[in-house]
Design a protein around this ligand. Structure first.
Ligand code: GLV
Ligand code: MN
Ligand code: MN
Length: 418
């Protein structure tokens, strides 16, 4: 077979990014592909058509993770090199988060195939189910189940915020596969992703070699007070669930702002009942997202919130209940893989720095079962989970090229023939 120096087809990669980014846009122009929804099905169908066109074996496991497998008789007994990310989105999303990693993984495989490379081990691209966790908690669910961190039956039984059951929805959209999650045991895992933060752009780096990823704590808090008339109830006689919730929001922000640590705290969802202008809220339901790269500090933040909620219940005459939605400890990625990424970037003359990921990623879950690391490219203005999410094409190419180089290093170092 003829062999030539591989180089990614950036036009194919950009075309696919744009095509996938157009799937799941409503009439209002907003991109919403929540996990296991009709829009997610359309995105998955599109991805699967590309995996088929690339001549990959398509596999779907019971939690709906989609795999494009490149293997032959000569290497099928070896553990695969796994590349992956996700294609589900948040509400009113940008088009790069997750999709860039999946499509780059596919691009790398197609590039290697076209160049006549014969890797000694299979190379697989994965799109993991429900990374975002917007419809079903916890986030990173598909990779968590794949890594054995949650039983598949438990995950399939999760009820979403819209009352749907994940397993039913996966069946409905045709992505309840039959393979047991974990049917592939990765030799190593690489994930290319946009940074989703401001560090690389601010400091003038083209790439990040991600060394670690912060811990994530998600809780849903329900505060029950008493509904009453907004005009007649004196301020001192209120049991106002809405006001109590507002105090939690400001407590979290004030505490994070006053600390010298990198702790971040977010209340992203809030609902009042009965939700009427002239009725004191009887119930407030909201979420808390706490993150910190240090497990001890994250625990201390959780404990401080719990203590605050106890005092709040007494002071406001309300009842507070807390449900844990997700809890992941910080993760340290594989030192050799991180060094590999740095070396590959340096060979290409690309400015690369080691960094911590603020966002959660599937790599965090796969790190439980295999060496894992991530490559970041800059996010302009540090904006993500927002339609304005943007990474210049030159940076996308740089990221995909370094992914290609690292993959070649890994398949060759295991004896691959070029
Ligand atoms: C995933 O995007 C997360 O970090 O919440
Ligand atoms: Mn993502
Ligand atoms: Mn995301």
């Amino acid at each position: 077979m003829n062999v030539r120096e591989p180089s990614i087809d950036m036009n194919r990669l950009f075309d696919r990014l744009r095509s996938l980014g157009a799937i799941g846009r409503g009439e209002d122009g907003k991109l919403v592909r929540l996990s296991a929804s009709d829009n997610d099905k359309a995105g998955r169908d599109c991805l699967v058509s590309w995996l088929n066109e690339a001549g990959l074996e398509v596999a779907v496991d019971r939690i709906g993770n989609v795999f494009g497998i490149w293997r032959d008789e000569s290497n099928e007994k070896e553990m695969p090199l796994l590349l992956g990310s996700h294609i589900d989105t948040v509400i009113d999303a940008g088009m790069y988060d997750g999709c860039f990693g999946v499509l780059s993984g596919l691009e790398v495989i197609e590039t290697l195939k076209a160049a006549g490379i014969r890797p000694q081990r299979p190379v697989v691209v994965a799109a993991f189910t429900n990374e975002e966790g917007v419809r079903y908690a916890p986030d990173m669910m598909g990779s968590l189940v794949f890594a054995g961190g949650m039983p598949v039956e438990e995950a399939l039984a999760v009820i979403g915020h819209d009352g749907s059951v994940l397993g039913d929805e996966l069946r409905r959209i045709g992505y309840a596969g039959t393979l047991d999650p974990g049917f592939l045991k990765p030799h190593a895992y690489l994930e290319l992703h946009i940074e989703q933060g401001p560090v690389l752009e601010r400091e003038g780096f083209t790439l990040g070699a991600v060394e670690n990823l912060q811990g994530i704590s998600w809780q849903r808090i329900t505060i029950d007070g008493i509904a009453n008339h907004a005009g007649t109830t004196p301020m001192s006689m209120r049991r106002d669930a809405g006001h109590a919730a507002a105090r939690v929001v400001t407590f979290l922000r004030d505490r994070a702002m006053a600390s010298n640590s990198p702790t971040v705290a977010t209340v992203g969802c809030m609902q009042f009942e009965p939700n009427a202008i002239n009725v004191i809220p009887s119930r407030a339901m909201f979420t808390v997202d706490l993150r910190d790269p240090n497990e001890q500090r994250l625990r201390a933040e959780e404990a401080a919130l719990a203590t605050f909620l106890e005092g709040l219940a007494k002071a406001e005459g309300v009842r507070v209940s807390v449900e844990r939605l997700a809890r992941f400890e910080p993760v340290i990625f594989d030192g050799d893989l991180v060094a590999h990424i740095e070396e590959a970037a340096s060979r290409r003359g690309l400015a690369c720095r080691r960094m911590t990921s603020g966002a959660g990623h599937d790599a965090q879950m796969i790190a439980r079962i295999s060496p894992a690391a991530m490559i970041f490219v800059p996010s302009v203005g540090g904006i993500s989970h927002n339609p304005a999410e943007f990474t210049p094409e030159a940076d996308l190419v740089a990221g995909a090229t370094v992914l290609l180089d690292v993959v070649m290093d890994l398949v060759r170092s295991s004896g691959a023939q070029a």
